[in-house]
Design a protein around this ligand. Structure first.
Ligand code: GRF
Length: 207
């Protein structure tokens, strides 16, 4: 069976990308990364791709007159590489229905909180909000991307305790460790065709 072809879209450091690369190289994921695309040049995630001989492309949203033109260029790059799954890993652009529906149930995103709580918040702000809420647990969520930002069907979640002396940074660090496990778990379920979605309700099928 041909390996599933994954595209990873990034905008920053790329530790989630690195975790996916490492899972593939450890043969835990029977897939290949067809391309890494960043909307910002010179980010470290692009270095990580080059270090592993993965095609790395910059498509800068600022070079386009509007979102649709930017997304058409993304789609051209992804379709020409026959990508099966698009993984957003710290990709800091909200995608429009035009793009989302082109890859229906084939775009995953990772969010550093336990959705549906704390949706739409990013980076430092999400952990600040969690600490302010007094929640005793937080974590991360891998979900399919739909038109409802951070509102798509949830595939995998992993939890961490919130400690009394936590800062947004210490909480973010503890969650990032879990993110690196959660993303590969979700991709593995996709590769094994064990994800079933009916009426926006997601089920994980037994092996
Ligand atoms: C992660 O915390 C992810 O949940 C969020 O952006 C961060 C990206 O980190 N959406 P990295 O670039 O993968 O290290």
């Amino acid at each position: 069976m041909a390996k599933k072809r994954i595209a990873v879209l990034v905008s920053g450091n790329g530790t989630n990308l690195q975790a996916i690369i490492d899972s593939i190289e450890r043969k835990e994921l029977d897939a290949e990364i067809a391309v890494v695309i960043s909307n910002i040049k010179d980010v470290y995630a692009l270095e990580r791709a080059k270090n592993h001989h993965i095609p790395a492309v910059v498509i800068n949203h600022k070079d386009f007159p509007n979102r649709e033109a930017f997304e058409k260029s993304l789609i051209e790059e992804l379709d020409k590489r026959k990508v099966d799954l698009v993984c957003l890993a710290g990709f800091m652009r909200v995608l429009t229905p035009f793009f989302v529906n082109h890859y229906k149930n084939r775009i995953m995103n990772i969010h550093p909180a336990l959705l549906p709580a704390f949706k739409g918040l990013y980076g430092h702000h999400v952990h600040e909000a969690v600490l302010k809420s007094g929640a005793r647990f937080s974590g991360c969520s891998v979900h399919f991307v739909t038109e409802d930002v951070d509102g798509g069907p949830i595939i995998v979640q992993r939890i961490v305790p919130v400690k009394d002396n936590d800062t947004p940074d210490t909480l973010a660090e503890r969650i990032l460790v879990e993110e690196h496990k959660a993303y590969s778990e979700a991709i593995k379920l996709f590769i094994e065709n064990r994800i079933k979605i009916e009426n926006n309700h997601l089920r994980i099928l037994e092996r």
